[in-house]
Design a protein around this ligand. Structure first.
Ligand SMILES: CCCCCCCCCCCCCCCCCCCCCC(=O)SCCNC(=O)CCNC(=O)[C@H](O)C(C)(C)COP(=O)(O)OP(=O)(O)OC[C@H]1O[C@@H](n2cnc3c(N)ncnc32)[C@H](O)[C@@H]1OP(=O)(O)O
Ligand SMILES: Cc1cc2nc3c(=O)[nH]c(=O)nc-3n(C[C@H](O)[C@H](O)[C@H](O)COP(=O)(O)OP(=O)(O)OC[C@H]3O[C@@H](n4cnc5c(N)ncnc54)[C@H](O)[C@@H]3O)c2cc1C
Length: 663
């Protein structure tokens, strides 16, 4: 039997309707159709071929990406693609490039922080790509601490302009994507100075390059920051360095939704919170959560298919060896990641709806849910990206030696994905933001009832004193037992931190001293959100034979895997006995055996094309070994029998007739 037959047999074992599961994964039939159509459009167009990428040099790779982006833009216009379709198209092209910044950051920054007048002027230019923009916030010496940025924007009364300046080397903008070579404009974050007074960090629209010949404008020095981790992964992007030498822009190019500077040089803070200036980061963090489920599902799809094909040991009487997916250890590493991909998918859908709700409230000048939205996006960004980065690497190991080959698709995926733990809010810094929100919520509880994702803190009294009543492994197959366990753990960890901080005379000092515990408490809170969202999703109607049942199994796998992994927390907070923790682990093993027959069908439900996976190991048809061989043969080193350099550097060594004694 070959890999092709193995996967065919695996697919026959499925206990649920795969087509219906594809819809459940996508969110709706319409969402599935759009994504499926765009995936096929990209996969079937030779322009989007990407197997040659690993062998290209930086310049060729960059140019090739520009070519694809230009062709994609043409398709978007020629085919009149909707915004949603265009988003999926870019996603499936699968090469980071300047358009990510244009659509994910530049346009949202204009939309979220521009005044109505500014939006009328700049949005049509950006949306039709007459200008190409980036988001220039981070500097050489300042990233996480936005208030610490050094770039200055000084108001000049006489000319009614701002003077944008980089006073030091360390104030050089450093990292913005698309900035080195492509972007014509940037939203530059700088400290506003009027008459010698500082008014905090604000965004300014600054033109970097001529719209005629693309040359840099006077006063602007811009370039690429150099190669990044992983050859093909992020090096298609021109992350840049940018310095300003007293560049002048009109006053009306400061983004003026949150605060304004008048012609007279008066600083006017409108009635919206200053944190709205951080709105772009909040919206991109939500996109990043959604991206996490895609990246993790991709790695899991590869590792699961390959695990069903790969066989090691256990052959009796010359029969086939055991499929590695049948080893309990393989299952205990793989299936929680499969479950996590679904969990992240559902929490990202929920986060999107939360964002929509917040946006509507903001329009109506209701800012009450902003802190919670910030904590959710920051925390979930941190949780999902950390788990996904680790998960991709685990999938690589699950594929043994072949996982280390570029043709497995996993090394490039990892290298592309791992900076998500850093960009758009470094993960630990983000968890500390969640901690601030939680500690504040607890401190305000005497006069303010916690709501939304923090509402369980309002049930602190019972949660502080309850004990778990699970008596058998089956008792863990109960959503309320699971939620109660996660709520209790989170409450107790948060309250413990809050009480210890309260003992400090200086609360900030207490916060800093307890920051490692606070990060763990924040993680507990965020895991509760993911688990509860999964459970809530299962309360909705999910059509299709066996679909809901399979998702229920995955939901329990996700929750009990976390419970097992963090059992130290659950035991230390005194909610569980070690016997109950051990019962959870017993149940987890039973659940793995329920996932096993459905594993291949579950990863098929992601509907990933072979083009998107770009993995010989993860091929839909399972034809792994012949294709691995074929991919190896295509390596440039195999172009000729005698490689360049052999005659020059190896032959002379072979031919010198040295005697051992002379060495
Ligand atoms: C195989 C290959 C495969 C290839 C596949 C290729 C496929 C391609 C597919 C394409 C897919 C595209 C995916 C997208 C990717 C886009 C690209 C990503 C580019 C990345 C862009 C960036 O990387 S761009 C820079 C981001 N850089 C940060 O992220 C800085 C973080 N740093 C802060 O964010 C602040 O610095 C920080 C810490 C809050 C302190 O800010 P601070 O000092 O002002 O504030 P404090 O801490 O004092 O807090 C004071 C009070 O503000 C409250 N608050 C704070 N923030 C708030 C907020 N946002 N909303 C509301 N409230 C907020 C807080 O809760 C306090 O509230 P309270 O007073 O009530 O306690
Ligand atoms: C691929 C990539 C693309 C990017 N694209 C852009 C872009 O388009 N535009 C843009 O403006 N920026 C961009 N960035 C920059 C990115 O946003 C920053 O790197 C990120 O915000 C982290 O900031 P930092 O580099 O200053 O890390 P640092 O904050 O210096 O982190 C270093 C270490 O210090 C720790 N640390 C920092 N502060 C604290 C604290 N208060 N408490 C405890 N620990 C702390 C962190 O946990 C981390 O371990 C990009 C970065 C990457 C890698």
């Amino acid at each position: 039997m070959e890999g092709v037959d193995y996967l065919r047999d695996e697919r026959k074992k499925s206990e649920f309707d795969v087509e219906a599961m594809k819809v459940a994964w996508a969110g709706s039939r319409e969402a599935f159709q759009v994504s499926d159509r765009m995936a096929k459009l990209v996969a079937n167009d030779p322009v989007f071929e990407k197997f040659s990428k690993p062998t290209l040099g930086r310049k060729e790779m960059f140019k090739n990406t520009l070519r694809k982006a230009a062709y994609a833009w043409k398709l978007i216009n020629d085919l009149h693609l909707t915004e949603e379709e265009a988003k999926w198209l870019r996603h499936y092209i699968d090469e980071p490039n300047y358009t990510d910044l244009q659509w994910e950051m530049f346009v949202p920054a204009l939309e979220g922080q521009g005044s109505e007048e500014q939006k009328r002027k700049w949005l049509p230019l950006a949306q039709t790509m007459q200008i190409i923009g980036t988001y220039a916030q981070t500097e050489l010496a300042h990233g996480s601490n936005v208030q610490g940025l050094e770039t200055t924007a000084t108001f000049d009364h006489e000319t009614d302009q701002f003077v944008i300046h980089s006073p030091t080397l360390t104030s050089s903008k450093w990292w913005p994507g698309g900035m080195a070579k492509v972007a014509t404009h940037a939203i530059v974050y700088a400290r506003l100075i009027i008459d010698g007074h500082f008014y905090g960090v604000h965004g300014f629209i600054v033109q970097l390059r001529s719209l005629e010949d693309h040359s840099t404008l006077p006063g602007i020095t811009v370039g690429d920051i150099g190669m990044k981790f992983g050859h093909g992964a992020y090096n298609t992007m021109d992350n840049g360095v940018l310095r300003f030498d007293r560049v002048r822009i009109p006053r009306n190019q400061m983004l003026m939704r949150v605060s304004q500077v008048t012609k007279e040089g008066k600083y006017v803070q409108s009635d919206v919170p200053r944190q709205l200036a951080y709105g772009t980061m909040v919206s991109v963090r939500q996109t990043i959560v959604s991206d996490a489920s895609k990246a993790l599902s991709r790695a899991v799809c590869i590792a699961t298919r390959y695990s069903a094909i790969r066989r090691q040991f256990g052959s009796h009487d010359g029969g086939p060896e055991t499929q590695v997916i049948d080893y309990k250890t393989q299952q205990s590493r793989l299936f929680p990641l499969l479950a996590s991909a679904f969990a992240f998918r559902f929490v990202s859908e929920w986060l999107k709806s939360l964002q929509t709700d917040v946006k509507q409230r903001l329009e109506a000048k209701d800012f009450s849910t902003l802190p919670e939205a910030h904590a959710c996006t920051a925390g979930l960004k941190s949780l999902t990206t950390a788990a996904t980065a680790d998960g991709i690497e685990e999938c690589r190991k699950l594929c043994g030696g072949h996982g280390y080959l570029i043709s497995s698709g996993l090394p490039e995926l990892y290298a592309y994905y791992v900076p998500a733990c850093t960009y758009e809010g470094e993960n630990v810094v983000m968890m500390l933001q969640v901690a601030r929100f939680l500690v504040k919520t607890v401190s305000e509880m005497s006069y303010k009832q916690p709501v939304g994702t923090a509402d369980y803190l309002g049930r602190m009294a019972p949660l502080m004193h309850n004990n778990c009543d699970v008596q058998t492994a089956e008792d863990w197959l109960n959503p309320s037992a699971i939620v109660k366990a996660f709520e209790t753990r989170a409450v107790r960890m948060i309250v413990d931190c809050s009480q210890r901080i309260a003992k400090f005379e200086n609360q900030e000092e207490g916060f800093a001293e307890l920051s490692t515990d606070l990060v763990e408490a924040s993680l507990a809170h965020c895991q509760l959100i993911v688990v509860s969202t999964f459970i809530q999703r299962l309360k909705q109607e999910i059509p299709g034979k066996g679909v809901k049942q399979s998702l229920e199994v995955l939901c329990y796998v996700y929750a009990l895997y976390l419970l097992h992994k963090h059992q130290g927390d659950f035991l230390a907070t005194g909610y569980l006995t070690s016997k109950q923790a051990s019962l959870a682990n017993d149940q987890l093993k039973t659940l793995y055996s329920k996932v096993r027959p459905n594993a291949i069908a579950l990863v098929d439900s992601f509907n990933h094309t072979d083009h998107y996976l770009s993995s010989v190991l993860g091929r839909y048809d399972g034809n792994v070994y012949p294709k691995l061989y074929e991919a190896a043969r295509k390596d440039p080193l195999n172009d000729s029998d005698i490689a360049d350099g052999i005659n020059q550097y190896v032959q002379p060594i072979l031919k010198q007739k040295l005697h051992l004694a002379k060495l």
